[in-house]
Design a binder for this molecule. Structure first.
Ligand code: TA6
Length: 298
């Protein structure tokens, strides 16, 4: 990794940003604050790392991830936009995660936090959609805050899209975690061909492949991790869908960019607006998907 000292900038507080060659020599930003460090690749505006000083990393990143132009990174926080899941003849989960985003500004604040703003340039893939802009603001402090702002630039037509911040969390042992905040919520069970069900568990445990789209829920979700002695809290705004995913054994073995045993150390609890919760954005309006990820000891 090369650290270009000339491009390093310190703010009036202690937060700072460095431009580095990341893995696969792909450009990335390293953000250091008094509480935490984070890494963000320009491809996909992809946060691959966030770690508080006194904690293990918050985000899971696969040892087998590709770091190649145009290939998705396995782990961290893929930005899924403007569609979620497969689309005939097109890449799964949209094009935003595969494209280089422009770094528009970074602002170390006097309180020590650092905000970085990216914009998705006009790629040909976007031209089949209405004119829109997509900005992504990552704020690093003692928590990680993410905001995906999509603006419909059309004067006359709605912009219909899905969005999802596909957060991969690091856990000590999948057998020793539970997820709370989803009881009573309707979901589509992708493992059973999108069968519609209602969550009955107060404390959801994962003991096999789980791939669920919970609908019409704006509530915070918590991951209680007994083996890392940590609780992760996921708070969101302008998000009505929560997706929970763990590939378990057989799917893990089928994924070339994911280790066979890595399903034991991760869980995706994703926030966005997908399926029946897709966004119909009126002309000239913006949607602000916002996520606050915090953590602490049990
Ligand atoms: O969000 C869950 C999911 O849609 C799963 O169905 C699973 O395929 C996962 O995302 C990963 O997708 P990817 O295209 O990154 O392999």
């Amino acid at each position: 990794m090369r650290n270009n000292e000339n491009e390093e900038k310190s703010g009036s507080g202690a937060g700072r940003v460095a431009f580095l060659d990341g893995r696969g020599e792909m450009p990335m930003l390293q953000v250091i604050t008094p509480w935490s460090t984070s890494e963000i690749y320009l491809q996909g505006a992809h946060v691959t790392h966030f770690k508080k000083k006194d904690e293990p990393p918050l985000l899971f990143l696969s040892q087998c991830s590709r770091f190649e132009e145009g290939q998705p990174i396995r782990g961290g926080i893929p930005v899924v936009f403007p569609w979620f899941g497969p689309r005939e003849g097109l890449n799964q989960h949209g094009f935003a995660r595969l494209k280089n985003w422009e770094l528009k500004e970074f602002a170390p604040a006097s309180d020590g936090s650092v905000s970085v703003r990216f914009r998705l340039p006009d790629y040909p893939e976007a031209s089949t959609f209405l004119p829109f802009t997509a900005d992504y603001i990552v704020t690093v402090s003692n928590i990680l805050k993410l905001e995906l702002v999509v603006t419909n630039k059309s004067e006359t037509e709605e912009f219909v899209f899905e969005n999802c911040l596909h957060t991969y969390f690091e856990v000590g042992d999948i057998n020793k975690i539970f997820i709370s905040g989803l009881k009573g919520v309707r979901y589509l069970d992708k493992v059973e061909n999108f069968l519609e069900k209602t969550e009955t568990e107060e404390m959801l445990r994962i003991r096999s492949e789980v791939d669920r789209i919970y609908l019409n829920t704006a509530d915070p979700v918590e991951i209680v991790d007994q083996s890392l002695n940590r609780k992760i809290r996921i708070e969101k705004q302008a998000s009505l869908s929560t997706v929970v995913w763990n590939p378990w054994i057989a799917k893990a073995q089928q994924m070339p960019d994911f280790g066979n045993e890595e399903f034991e150390r991760m869980v995706c609890v994703e926030s966005g607006n997908v399926a029946a919760n897709q966004i119909r954005l009126p002309p000239k309006e913006s949607s602000h998907l916002t996520l606050m990820l915090s953590s602490g000891k049990l």
